[in-house]
Design a protein around this ligand. Structure first.
Ligand code: GTP
Ligand code: MG
Length: 255
């Protein structure tokens, strides 16, 4: 049996981020139009998703609903990953192994980044995601597929009263990533010294996020390696229902 287009050929949006951020909740909302109860994920999960009517995909915005080209352009694959610290390697591996990654949605709980521990955990993970993208871009000679991959930082749970507004989530993450970058650079230097102090052959391992790793890190620096980073707020759940329109609008722009 042949399908017009196999799921593997659909553009993939990778959901990644700390545990409890709301990735699976967003997946179920996209799939069923209503968020279902979720529990901690232990394995990646992909669904064949359809952009809601209110958000025409940018590549077919001049077409109307029902037009086959429009209907095709609305389809995408949403790939959920587990956020638990011990499973992050798996999730990061999807970045290089999953076919056809169009974009990345880094979901973060906007209230958990209000405290230092939550912020550092999220920044640590986001740093690694961005560094993978940078390496993918700089080593693009051999890899296939699009090398420019945009990132949406989805600041979730804005319904929670302790949630930080999206622009504060943005600057907090940038500040915390600056610290992660500093401590990683120091760690690499120390391990380099332990290995005898030569730089030879370690360049790849030593790659530092952003422009030479000096000064404060800003998401804007990622544009040099083909990645734009947007921060948009929303809530998958909440007393007044869910509001993830900004995320869908962002997805529509990438389709
Ligand atoms: P892992 O699978 O462990 O990586 O976590 P996850 O990112 O998939 O989190 P999940 O979607 O399971 O959501 C975690 C908890 O947060 C669940 O109890 C959700 O009901 C809750 N939650 C998700 N989104 C929102 C939101 O917008 N507002 C509120 N108040 N709670 C939310
Ligand atoms: Mg989950």
């Amino acid at each position: 049996i042949y399908r017009a287009q196999s799921p593997a050929a659909l553009p993939t949006f990778l959901l990644i981020g700390p545990s409890g951020a709301g990735k699976t909740a967003f997946l179920t909302l996209t799939e069923c139009n209503t968020p279902a109860n979720t529990h901690t994920s232990t394995a990646p999960l992909a669904i064949d998703a359809l952009l809601p009517d209110a958000h025409p995909p940018s590549s077919a915005s001049f077409r109307s609903a029902g037009d086959p080209a429009y209907e095709r352009a609305r389809r995408f694959l949403l790939l959920d990953t587990p956020g638990h610290g011990k499973l992050r390697r798996l999730a990061l591996a999807q970045l290089t192994s999953a076919a056809n990654i169009r974009a990345i949605i880094f979901v973060v709980d906007a209230s958990s980044v209000a405290d230092e521990a939550g912020l550092n955990d999220a920044a640590d993970y986001l740093h690694d995601v961005l560094l993978s993208l940078q390496k993918r871009y700089t080593g693009a000679k051999t890899s296939k597929g699009p090398k420019e991959i945009p990132v949406l930082v989805a600041a979730n749970k804005l319904d929670v009263f302790t949630a930080l507004p999206p622009h504060v989530v943005k600057v907090s993450l940038e500040r915390a990533i600056t610290d992660v970058r500093k401590s990683r650079a120091k760690g690499l230097k120390d391990s380099g010294a332990a290995l005898g102090g030569t730089d030879d052959g370690l360049d790849d391992e030593r790659e530092c996020l952003g422009e030479g790793g000096e000064g404060p890190f800003e998401f804007r620096q990622m544009e040099e390696v083909g990645t734009t980073v947007d921060v948009q707020g929303g809530n998958v759940l909440g007393g007044d229902g869910s509001d993830v329109d900004k995320w869908w609008a962002w997805i529509a722009e990438q389709l």
